[in-house]
Design a protein around this ligand. Sequence first.
Ligand SMILES: [Zn+2]
Length: 256
Amino acid sequence: MQTLSLLQIAPTLAEFFKVHLVSQARPVEQILDFAYSHNPQVVTLVVIDSLDFLFYFDFADELERIHDLVERDGVLFECETVSSHTTPAIASILTGLRPESHGILTGEDVGMSNVNSILEILEDEGQKAAAAIETKGAKPLWGRISYVFAVDDREDIFEYDELITTHTVSVLKKQDLRLMFSHLRAIDRFAHRGMDLSVAAKVTNENMRAIANAVGERKGMLLICGDHETHLKDRKAKQASQGKAPATVPLIVCCP
Ligand SMILES: [Zn+2]
């Protein structure tokens, strides 16, 4: 398996959609070959917060639908991360730039950057983009891309992810849509709070099942990735004592 960087996702999408994006990272030929051979009408990118490579395999039973997507007709890559925090990591996924280049490091920086994401670049080239994300992240996209679904942060993270999933499924019915971006957060919330991760993994798996079905109905391509290592207190202590390198995250490319 080839090791990639999360920075390569945006340049790969830019190459596929034939739009110009400035990045030091190179498009992934294998993903482009996969895309050209399937000729998808729409691409959906879902970031599963805190889904890292170890977690993906440790919770393979709970994440069975996601593993199934790889096994049926998909490709799994291992990606180096660029940050251990959500905001800069997602900004890097969407821009192809390192955090020091895009400058979006905290919630306060969102909307202050003059760097365009692949969503805005696509829209500027006349191809419709959509996002279903937390309200603070959604604000700078209002008026910039065709479809923006803002979901307020809340205590009930399952309700939050359900709303993200519902919006994602519904916008995929738009025939003119070319790129959809969504962000699911239950695993990250459960990891931070030391709650039962198998429960969060199962709920995430069901949300991905619904999204994959909707992508399949549109003959679309689905990209699923994590944003950073799973923030587990136990594991971090273990890794520090063993001197292990920071975790990688999975990137799944499939046409469900
Ligand atoms: Zn995160």
